[in-house]
Design a protein around this ligand. Structure first.
Ligand SMILES: [Zn+2]
Length: 171
């Protein structure tokens, strides 16, 4: 009896492993496609600094590639309230949507969250005698601005972004 049970158990195992191997190729394919898709989505944009210089305006190059800061209250997107998507001005990576933007009165376009999917990377910035969190486009490494945790909305976050670092795609 014990032996029979064991045999049934083994047969069961074989059956399950058969079933697994049957579905496995499809699973692998799916996974591969997923990987390809996410690879496409987050493909790094790598250019030399002289290529960036040709591509960007002087002001854009200074802010995006030399981590500059535009003068407050001067950015063209500061008071933009239209519906659409804010993208990286250097590579077009979609970063924020209009519903994430809020009026922070700090002089730079501000957002309380980012579009999900690792589109923005952060780094500790100790320049100018302050400890701040720098935000950069994860796709091309361009400087966007800084991230603070004093936001007035429920997320508590304030993405303070140079208008120069952004483009706007109207909905
Ligand atoms: Zn970018």
């Amino acid at each position: 009896m014990k032996r029979l049970l064991l045999m049934i158990g083994c047969a069961g195992l074989i059956l399950t492993s058969c079933a697994q191997s049957k579905t496995e190729p499809k699973k692998k394919e799916d996974k591969k496609q997923e990987q390809n898709m996410s690879n496409n989505d987050s493909t790094k944009v790598e250019k030399t600094e002289s290529e960036w210089k040709q591509l960007l305006t002087t002001e854009q190059y200074h802010v995006l590639r030399e981590k500059g800061t535009e003068m407050p209250f001067t950015g063209k997107l500061l008071n933009n309230k239209e519906k659409g998507v804010y993208t990286c001005a250097a590579c077009g990576n979609e970063l924020f949507t209009n519903d994430m933007k809020f009026d922070s009165h700090c002089g730079w376009p501000s957002f309380d969250k980012e579009i999900a999917g690792g589109k923005i990377k952060t780094e500790t910035d100790t320049s100018h005698g302050m400890i701040r969190t720098e935000i950069m486009c994860a796709k091309c490494g361009s400087h966007l601005g800084h991230l603070f945790d004093d936001g007035p909305t429920e997320t508590g976050m304030r993405y303070c972004v140079n208008s120069v670092s952004l483009d706007f795609k109207k909905e």
